[in-house]
Each structure stands twice: as structure tokens, then as C-alpha cells.
Design a protein around this ligand. Structure first.
Ligand code: ZN
Length: 155
């Protein structure tokens, strides 16, 4: 069992390094947000969790409970999963975009590149200034009767 906990774990370092190389800037371990996200990108209203597959109960091979003390581990890991879901919900409610990256998704250079370019694309689509423009366009009704307004006469 690989023990993934504490601050500068390896998968997280991989994610940080990649994002930095793509020009993203972030804050680390922001404790006033639900779940203490590993990375926070305020400009994109995005938070990133880098999860160890074992501790957070991923559906991959690494996420399987060990044979010994199975009940204990299943309970413990289910609790973690439940907490993760709750944190994601809370973050979404207050307008953040949570992204979860699993350890197994970035193990090996090829997988790392593929997953991380996907993640970067996602983050860019959350650019706050772009979102403002779209919501302004979507929600501001056209001024009514403008065509009839003599002050707007173009001729
Ligand atoms: Zn996994």
C-alpha cells in the first residue's frame, strides 16, 4: 500500500510542475476552502484535488481495499469518499470549479501529458473574465423599445 498523505506528495508535485510550465499560477493548500484543495487558481475560480487512489477509494486497482482488515479499510475509505463528495458539492455551491486528478491518471509520462493537457483545457474554459462576458450576454435583456426611442435615431 502506498502511503499518500502530507504536503508535498509526488503526484501533486507533478501537477504543480505541469501547470506552472503552462503559465498557470496557483496557491497551495488553501485551508479556508472546503476540503483544503491542493491547488487553487483564483483567476479561473478553479480548485484542484490530487487524490491518492487508495485513500480516496478510486475505482482502479490501486483503490482496492487490502485483504486484511477489509471492513476497517472499507469503512474508513468510504468515509473519505463521502467527505470528498460533500466538499465538491460545497465548492460548487459557492461558485468554484473543482477538478479531481487521480494519482493513477498521471503515473507515467504519457498518461501524465494526456491527463494534464485535458485539465489545462478545462481550467482555461473556466477563465473568470470569459465567464463574465458570456453571462452578461446571456442574462442582460436587450433594451426594450430602443428602436422607437427618438434619442437612438441613427439617421
Ligand atoms: Zn486510481
Amino acid at each position: 500500500m502506498s502511503h499518500i498523505s502530507g504536503k508535498d506528495t509526488k503526484p501533486e508535485a507533478i501537477v504543480r510542475k505541469y501547470l506552472f510550465s503552462q503559465g498557470f499560477r496557483y496557491k497551495k493548500h488553501v485551508s479556508n476552502l472546503p476540503g483544503n484543495p491542493d491547488l487553487v487558481l483564483p483567476k479561473y475560480k478553479t480548485v484542484i484535488f490530487v487524490h491518492g487512489c487508495f485513500w480516496h477509494g478510486h475505482t482502479c486497482l490501486r483503490g482496492k481495499s487490502p485483504e486484511t482488515n477489509r471492513d476497517f479499510w472499507t469503512k474508513k475509505i468510504n468515509r473519505n469518499k463521502q467527505r470528498d463528495l460533500e466538499n465538491i458539492d460545497k465548492l460548487k455551491t459557492v461558485g468554484w470549479h473543482p477538478i479531481t486528478i487521480w494519482q493513477c491518471e498521471i503515473s507515467g509520462k504519457r498518461k501524465e501529458r494526456q491527463k494534464m493537457s485535458e485539465v489545462c483545457q478545462k481550467i482555461r474554459s473556466y477563465n473568470v473574465s470569459l465567464i463574465k462576458v458570456t453571462s452578461w450576454m446571456a442574462y442582460t435583456p436587450l433594451p426594450l423599445g430602443q428602436a422607437d426611442n427618438p434619442n437612438c435615431n441613427l439617421s
